[in-house]
Design a protein around this ligand. Sequence first.
Ligand SMILES: *Cc1c(COP(=O)(O)O)cnc(C)c1O
Length: 395
Amino acid sequence: MTDPDWSQYGLETQAIRAGQRRTGEQEHSDPIFPTSSYVFGSAAEAAAKFTGQIPGNIYSRFTNPTVRTFEERLAALEGGERCVAVASGMAAIATLGFGLLKAGDHVLCSRGVFGNTVLLFQNFFAKFGVATTFVDLADPAAWEAAIRPQTRLLFLETPSNPLTQVADIAQLADLAHRHGALLAVDNCFCTPALQRPLELGADFVIHSATKYLDGQGRCVGGAIVGQRELLDKEVYPFLRTGGAAMSPFNAWVFLKGLETLALRMRAHSENALGLAQWLEAQPWVQRVHYPGLPSHPQFDLVRRQQKAPGGIVSFELAGGQEQAWKLIDATRMLSITANLGDVKTTITHPATTTHGRLSLEERAAAGITDGLIRLAVGLENLKDIQDDVMRWRTA
Ligand SMILES: *Cc1c(COP(=O)(O)O)cnc(C)c1O
């Protein structure tokens, strides 16, 4: 039986069914294939598979059926031709970079990306002769001014962490293509349930599957989605040799996570919007950063580009670090952790954790004030989350 054309189905259906190919056992749920290698029917078959004359599994660093199901499902969800699954979100960015870039190339990267992404470009790709310029995510003129003839890759996250600034993906894709460069979008915060960068012209989507794709904080994994030819020719060969493969067990957990992705992302957005509106009405809150509030500077762009505002809310207190820590320490239910994308709400103080390695000036330039708190809003009862955030006022 041939596979259905999953692009003809709705996102909720793709998330549950795309990529599954039943074995002779007629199992209903996706199976896990915990095998490092595969056997061949004959010496000739082994030889033909090693030369690539006939397709098929050889070794799980190259391909694995459970990982393949995850890849096909995520590709369908993002509307991409091909997905390459890897061991973590950082492995996705590293694999894309090593596969695509060479000495002399230039990368243009948003300043507001995940901290380890900055370090990867700044400390490691630089050692191999790839220079990176960091620019403000939401300032298209800054991107235009910084692009060079050697620029091969533009890289961004939108919305940004923790200030939820938003980039116009279609505009930056156009800029990249006018200069012969490629655009990669880290779609970790929105997932394809809320935003599909490839449809807006991006060439690659990056995922940390660790976050919302899993959705319940269990496994570390990542993926790159994009055009088949570029991924087959430049990126997948590096994975095969570089070796940051996704484990079949993790792929299976992500498959279970994806089944509820559309439902969860809607619910995260509803809870986060409720919390952001409530925070904005509190006299002790100076400012709320949330893409779903009309006070967000790019509210119109968000409504064009995203199906819903997502689960990340940040807010600022007047009293700096002392007050921020007091609020965090007074909570009883919220998890004090920098992770996100979980059904459990997490709370963090960016200035002393995720952004603690930046200098004072760098933090100020990035807008990370000492009174800033970030919430990754989970799926608990909204009133219970509000009560916990409020506890420091009554303690
Ligand atoms: C967590 C995260 C990453 C890195 O993913 P890992 O799975 O932890 O390697 C990359 N980008 C964003 C936006 C993230 O939140």
